[in-house]
Design a protein around this ligand. Structure first.
Ligand SMILES: *Cc1c(COP(=O)(O)O)cnc(C)c1O
Length: 721
């Protein structure tokens, strides 16, 4: 599945950062106040380039830093793209450079310096710095671990700082002064790909990888404001004592950037998924920002030229603010036009091309609220997002749930937990099933909580020798996982194990869906055994903090059994296992998932002709049939073949005919007007007045909704609507 996280805030900030770069080169407030200009261009403006480095770090380097995902292809692809932009920019600026006499008396070393460090025109240093910085970081990545890389990049930054805004101090030490003079003969400034870029690239990469994130936006804003204040202070002090050789780097800058970036990411996470056009707009803004960056010096030349011709120099050249605005307006107009042109050529990602799942985010929030209302305030939802969130798409669902304040999840296995962490999901993640001892390292690395499946397993976990967070599984009668509830001593000994951090204890009810007397009694006996065990542990002073028993049916049928968590699965997705139960709760819960696919082709099957594998369907009269682009590999049960199931097209039912194939399904559309290739067929969900529920499909396929949903295929696209 493609990445669907929205980075709209980040993309808007790119434009702002590009505006700052233009400001650095035009000094908008110079006509009014030198101090204001200093603040605007030499303090605030200095966040722009590090920001661009961080974005590169997040989107290009983060994956590369992960040894399991490392692929040089993406990096080379990116470097090629930047190199191409650099060449284009050099070609644009060569003529004005020659005209201005920049390249007179330039030797080979001067050329190398220009190409590698300074840029062939004053603002173009960013491109080589990006290429050099990415190469430096990748090179380090071969030998060093992340923390060591940070130390190395930090040291480089410090060295750069000493040759930049702190050079006035460093110059006082003769040895340092001569060393730096030597360096300055290789490159004019230390704000380049070696000293400045690596630290910010790494900070960006870290932002892309980190699983533990700051969630308090207020605190972040305060920290951002404080660090920015500190940087402003630092800049003005350095300026006062005239210590700056150049003013690109401050000691407080990395701190400011860290908080700024976290704040931007957090606000993107807190906003609901962008609906239509979100990503297209983002791509547009990204391209536009790059071109503003490339073209604005040309605009400076143009504005000056035009102003001179028109005799408006007093207005558009001498007034710094109008000059800035004119340059900015010109750059924006041209860059937006270029972005528009390029956008037309790029293929927009389109998820609804073949077969896809639509997730109704309003239904999901509705269900979360409904379930919370059934539980006491002290009970936290711990949604089951195992099996790709019952087929809905674990990443999308978990992201929505995080926004709704859910901070605990359960999954079936370690891989599922790891995947969620890599997708940036924070909060508790409990693994309900078995994890092999060779994978215990993952539990720690990804901060996953493991279920103790029995006493023997607890000893294995403990032998790992480093602390692991666990919930103890207790078997009260399902006889699947968990230590038997009557083995109190064994369970107590698990609580005492040195390397186990026991955060919780739970049992699972196996007949809580039934309203038959015998099964109700069985459920009550399970609860009783669990409470008895809890009491005994409490007396020993060993009771774990988080106690839980309920899954979906437990919440609905036994509200009095609420604990500290409720491991809700199927109900969260708005249905229950059977059709009757779903009907019973249909006023409380709303189905989240719809399943849709495209009509690939429509044709006539003449009377007597047969169709599909095994020619299982024969037309009794001339029949219009449509081929739908979905099959059993997508999770459509093959048991729906031969008329057992149907789909909705243009608000009408079309029965499935013949055998369902791996990737295609035939339906009878006789009697439905104007069915055409490209039409949408609904397999689960609404079409016009009609609705097909997952329950109906489950009944037709002889199974429960849970199975239908959790077997939704990996190649289905998932879209939030
Ligand atoms: C899957 C699972 C759940 C969620 O069950 P639902 O019936 O879908 O709510 C809860 N607890 C355990 C142990 C599970 O395996």
């Amino acid at each position: 599945m493609r990445e669907k996280q929205s980075y709209a805030g980040l993309d808007r900030f790119r434009i702002f950062a590009a505006f700052l770069v233009v400001a650095i080169h035009t000094s908008p407030f110079m006509s009014y106040s030198k101090t204001a200009d200093f603040f605007f261009t030499k303090v605030l403006g200095r966040i722009a380039v590090p920001f661009f480095f961080m974005v590169t770090g997040q989107f290009v380097l983060a994956e590369y830093m992960d040894p399991q995902k490392r692929s040089a292809g993406r990096i080379t692809g990116y470097l090629k793209k930047i190199a191409l932009l650099y060449v284009i920019a050099v070609l644009i600026y060569m003529p004005p450079g020659i005209y201005a006499g920049h390249y007179q008396n330039t030797g080979l070393t001067d050329w190398l310096r220009m190409v590698l460090f300074d840029g062939t025109f004053y603002h173009l240093w960013y491109f080589p710095a990006c290429i050099l910085g990415v190469s430096v970081v990748c090179g380090m990545g071969r030998f060093l671990k992340m923390p060591q890389m940070f130390v190395a990049a930090g040291a480089l930054y410090l060295a750069g700082l000493c040759g930049d805004s702190y050079y006035g101090l460093v110059r006082e030490v003769p040895a340092a002064a001569s060393l730096y003079e030597m360096l300055f003969s290789v490159f004019s400034y230390t704000r380049n790909g070696i000293f400045l870029a690596p630290l910010f690239l790494l900070l960006g990469a870290l932002a892309g990888r980190r699983t533990k994130r700051m969630e308090n936006i207020r605190l972040l804003r305060v920290l951002l404001a404080l660090s920015f204040l500190a940087m402003t202070e630092e800049a003005f002090v350095l300026r006062h004592f005239k210590l700056q050789r150049h003013d690109s780097m401050y000691a407080a800058l990395p701190v400011v950037m860290y908080f700024l970036y976290e704040a931007l990411l957090l606000s993107d996470r807190r906003k609901p998924e962008r609906r239509r056009g979100g990503r297209g707009k983002s791509a547009f803004l990204r391209t536009a920002a790059t071109w503003i960056y490339i073209l604005h010096p040309l605009m400076i030349i143009a504005v000056r030229g035009v102003a001179k011709k028109a005799g408006l120099e007093a207005l558009f050249v001498e007034n710094s603010l109008l000059h800035y605005l004119a340059v900015l307006a010109g750059s924006c107009i041209v860059s937006f036009m270029i972005a528009l042109l390029l956008q037309g050529r790029k293929d927009e990602p389109f998820e609804k091309g073949r077969a896809w799942i639509e997730l109704d985010q309003d239904a999901l929030s509705h269900n979360v609220a409904a379930l919370r209302a059934m539980l006491p305030e002290t009970c936290r939802l711990m949604p089951a997002v195992k099996a790709d969130a019952y087929g809905h798409g674990a990443k999308l669902v978990a992201e929505q749930l995080r926004r709704l304040g859910v901070d605990a999840f359960c999954v079936a296995c370690a891989q599922e937990g790891v995947a969620l962490r890599r997708q940036g999901i924070s909060g508790e993640i409990l693994i309900l099933g078995y994890t092999h001892p060779k994978q215990f390292g993952l539990l720690r690395r990804y901060r996953l909580t493991q279920t103790v499946v029995d006493h023997h397993y607890a000893m294995q976990l403990n032998r790992y020798g480093r602390n692991i967070h666990v919930h103890i599984g207790v078997d009260t009668g399902m006889h699947r996982l968990g230590e038997r509830s009557e083995n109190v001593e064994q369970i107590a000994s698990v609580c005492r194990m040195k390397h186990l951090v026991v955060d919780g204890m739970f049992t699972h009810l196996c007949v809580s869906d039934s309203d038959r007397r015998q099964e109700q009694e069985y459920t009550r006996s399970q609860a009783k055994a669990f409470y008895q065990l809890s009491d005994q542990l409490r007396e020993m002073g060993l009771l774990p903090p988080g106690i839980h028993m309920q899954a979906s049916y437990g919440i609905l049928n036994y509200p009095d059994l609420a604990g500290d968590y409720a491991r809700v699965g199927i109900a969260l997705y708005g249905v229950l296992s059977t059709q009757e139960d779903t009907h019973k709760w249909q006023d409380t819960l709303r189905p989240v998932l719809s399943l849709k696919a495209r009509v690939a082709t429509v044709r006539t099957l003449y009377q007597g002709e047969s169709a599909g594998y095994g020619l299982q369907f024969t037309a009794k009269q001339d029949t219009q049939i449509a081929t739908i682009a979905i099959g059993y590999a997508d999770g459509l049960p093959r048991a729906l073949s031969g008329g057992a199931g149907s789909v909705l097209i243009r608000g009408q039912r079309a029965p499935i005919i013949g055998r369902i194939c791996m990737d295609q399904t035939l339906v009878d559309v006789s009697g439905i007007d104007r069915v055409r290739a490209g039409d949408t067929a609904v397999l689960i969900g609404r079409s016009g007045e009609q609705e097909l529920s997952v329950c109906e499909m489950a009944v037709a396929a002889g199974t429960i909704t849970n199975e239908i949903l959790s077997r939704m295929g990996a190649r289905l696209e998932r879209v939030v609507v």
